[in-house]
Design a protein around this ligand. Structure first.
Ligand SMILES: *Cc1c(COP(=O)(O)O)cnc(C)c1O
Length: 392
């Protein structure tokens, strides 16, 4: 009898008891709105911002309603106008081009390497078309950030980093989100901290920070922030920025704060699962693993593999055979968008763009989640099943 995997690929760990207790306290207080504070009281959101700024080493931090909101807010603060082109990765998730579209702007997609990162030659070639790059560290793969920032500086491109999959990751020791002008994170359930929905933004730039605070819906209560610039920064921007409400509330912040000190530990556990998967799949004929550069400090919360040379029918068949044994693989080459997986040609509002290199990579790219509810033994079993089905 062939073995089957019985775990659940979308099952995250429970919210820690300490976080549940704090959430209950917030609910008992009735003060869920971030600015509904007693005299002298900081509020959970302001404290989370202060703690996340410290975690990333950023001067300023703003908590918002979602990762997608964070990205749209960053683009507005940078002055992106309707009709502007914004460069972004062709391989990313729907909320990224969606954030660009939410500002009325036009996504211009940049090609993808076999390492699943943005193609820096294509970026250099397209750099003159835009003032802003929305750089997505899709599935946690980080490109050569030193070279990327050189290209950005040479072409006067402002960089916003989408760190939905790189919270806690780094490049050459610099935290992900700290290379560009603005770093955006998501605390949606499938990311590295879980508040159901939520987003965090970091920057060192006082003017951008003040603009984003007003945009997020601070009314004139911005002095209640702790990880924000002083009142002089707001004097300059408060009449010009619209209120596009997207605040985080105290309940979500209360759920997140106790998760932050455990993030390092959880990253170590994710990476142990990632290495167990790599070990289990290494040397499988017909299967290519994604190389991880030395300078990349990654968070292995998901795993990607390629099956070079297989056509769509062969991959559809393999995905079905793995699914029958309890192993859920997502295929980025599928012609129709399904579940969480869609790709550039299904974002038709962006207009058709010719991306042959990305299409070639996505045609044989498979993806799976590694939730922390899995053990290393679970992962070893998943790897055995994939290996057997690839070789079958
Ligand atoms: C999840 C995700 C986001 C933003 O997510 P929200 O669901 O809006 O919080 C952004 N980029 C990528 C690559 C993502 O996977």
């Amino acid at each position: 009898m062939a073995e089957n995997f019985t775990g659940n690929f979308t099952q995250q760990e429970p919210i820690p008891e300490e976080a549940i207790a704090r959430a209950v306290e917030v609910m008992r207080s009735g003060r869920l709105h971030r600015y509904n504070t007693l005299p002298g009281e900081a509020g959970e959101v302001a404290l989370l911002e202060e703690e996340f700024a410290e975690f990333t080493g950023a001067r300023y931090c703003l908590a918002v309603a979602s990762g997608g909101y964070a990205m749209g807010c960053a683009l507005r603060a940078l002055g992106v106008q309707p009709g502007d082109a914004v460069l972004t990765n062709a391989f990313t998730l729907a909320p990224v081009p969606g954030a660009i579209a939410s500002a009325g702007a036009r996504p211009v997609f940049v090609e993808t390497t076999e390492g699943l990162t943005i193609d820096l030659d294509d970026l250099a070639a397209k750099a003159e078309q835009a003032r802003v790059l929305m750089l997505s560290h899709m599935r946690g793969h980080i490109c050569d950030m030193d070279r990327l920032m050189e290209i950005a500086q040479a072409h006067d491109l402002s960089v916003v980093e989408d760190c939905a999959h790189t919270m806690g990751a780094s490049w050459a020791g610099v935290p992900s989100g700290r290379h560009g002008a603005i770093g955006c994170y998501s605390t949606q359930t499938y990311k590295h901290m879980n508040s159901g929905e939520g987003g965090l933004i970091v920057t060192d730039d006082a003017e951008l920070a003040a603009k984003m605070v007003i945009l997020s819906g601070s009314y004139m209560l911005y002095e209640r922030h702790r990880a924000a610039p002083g009142p002089e920064a707001f004097q300059r921007v408060k009449y010009d920025m619209p209120n596009v409400s997207g605040r985080m509330d105290n309940l979500r912040a209360a759920i997140l704060r106790p998760q932050l000190p455990t993030l390092r530990d959880r990253i170590a556990r994710w990476n142990a699962l990632y290495r167990a998967m790599e070990t289990g799949l290494e040397g499988t004929e017909g299967l290519a693993l994604i190389a991880r550069p030395q300078a990349e400090g990654y968070v292995g919360s998901s795993f990607q593999l390629r099956l070079p040379g297989r056509d769509g029918a062969a991959i559809t068949d393999l995905v079905a055979r793995c699914a029958a044994r309890g192993v859920e693989l997502k295929w980025f080459g599928a012609p129709e968008p399904a579940g969480f997986t869609s790709r550039h040609d299904s974002w038709r509002y962006a207009g058709r763009q010719d991306l042959p290199k990305t299409d070639e990579v996505l045609a044989t790219l498979l993806d799976l989640r590694l939730p922390l509810s899995f053990s290393e033994a679970d992962v070893a079993q998943i790897a055995r099943i994939i290996r057997q089905e690839v070789l079958a």
